[in-house]
Design a protein around this ligand. Structure first.
Ligand code: A2P
Length: 271
């Protein structure tokens, strides 16, 4: 199959309203997941937590999918996580990109997992499953999040232990990055992991851990309270529905960009 990856070739035929950017590094985490960096277009602005359409020119046609931007709004380059679907129209090709290859990106970022869509509070929960952690890789590196909240709790639940690694590496990197630590206090950030289909010290779906109260016991914090707690949720459609129901039962209200409230949700994209 013909995938156009040379920057100058792609520039010549890129659809209107798209940038042509160059891949600068690629890391393969598991058989199902990889991470890449690419150049950031001059003048491209986004808010930490937003997503954008990423694409390739395949057999002469642009193929785009939504991707959460994993880098924070201030970063010089752009980072994305992607799953590898063997016959996925985009990811089967995207997983083969190498540094120097060109990628398309649409010009308009959007999304609700942004600080602006939440009212100020004491504690921010970021509930994620699988690749749903990607937007939070951005949010936890934005100093604004630390100005708005006293505590940041990132939960990442996966089927298998190996899938937790990139989130753990990311949080470890945030906590030891000297430049970031001049901008905010990383001791405000806590990562909570759970695994559902393998042995692990913390087992179970995040919804069950919220419902049983085990999450709060493990963290040593009070149960959810609309007076103090805010949340962002990113996972599969079912995970969003079930987590949202628990937050609503605890008295939190869903917010939006034009109507900030106590929690926001976004579906994790399937790459
Ligand atoms: P489980 O192994 O019990 O299905 P997926 O890859 O299917 O998106 O799953 C990622 C993680 O999200 C898995 O640990 C999975 O648990 C969990 N999960 C799936 N559905 C829900 C749900 N409705 N609520 C909470 N967690 C869920």
């Amino acid at each position: 199959m013909n995938v156009m990856t040379r920057p100058e070739e792609l520039e010549a035929c890129a659809p209107a309203g798209t940038f042509v950017e160059t891949v600068t590094s690629v890391t393969h985490y598991t058989d199902q997941l990889f991470h890449f960096h690419m150049t950031r277009p001059a003048g491209f602005r986004f808010r930490s937590g937003e997503f954008v359409m990423i694409g390739l020119m395949i057999e002469g046609k642009p193929v785009f999918r939504a991707y959460s931007i994993a880098s924070p709004s201030w970063a010089e380059d752009m980072e994305f996580f992607s799953i590898k679907v063997p016959d996925g129209p985009l990811t089967s090709h995207l997983q083969k990109v190498q540094p120097g290859d060109a990628i398309l990106m649409r010009k308009k970022p959007t999304g609700t997992l942004v600080n602006d869509a939440l009212v100020t509070g004491k504690r921010l929960y970021m509930f994620s499953t699988g690749t749903g952690i990607a937007p939070f890789a951005s949010v936890i590196r934005d100093p604004e999040t630390y100005e708005k909240f006293d505590e940041l709790i990132l939960t990442h639940s996966c089927r298998e232990v190996a899938e937790l690694k990139y989130g753990q590496d990311l949080v470890a990197a945030v906590k030891t990055d000297e430049m970031l630590n001049e901008l905010f206090d990383p001791s405000k950030l806590t990562l909570y992991n759970s695994v559902t289909r393998e042995d692990y010290p913390f087992r179970g779906r995040i919804t069950d851990l919220i419902e049983s109260g085990k999450l709060f016991e493990d963290l040593g914090v009070p149960v959810l309270d609309p007076a103090t707690d805010r949340a962002m949720i990113c996972g599969s459609a079912d995970m969003l529905k079930d987590t949202k129901a628990l937050l609503e039962a605890a008295g939190l209200t869903e917010g939006a960009n034009n109507r900030p409230a106590e929690f926001v949700i976004e579906r994790a994209f399937a790459g």
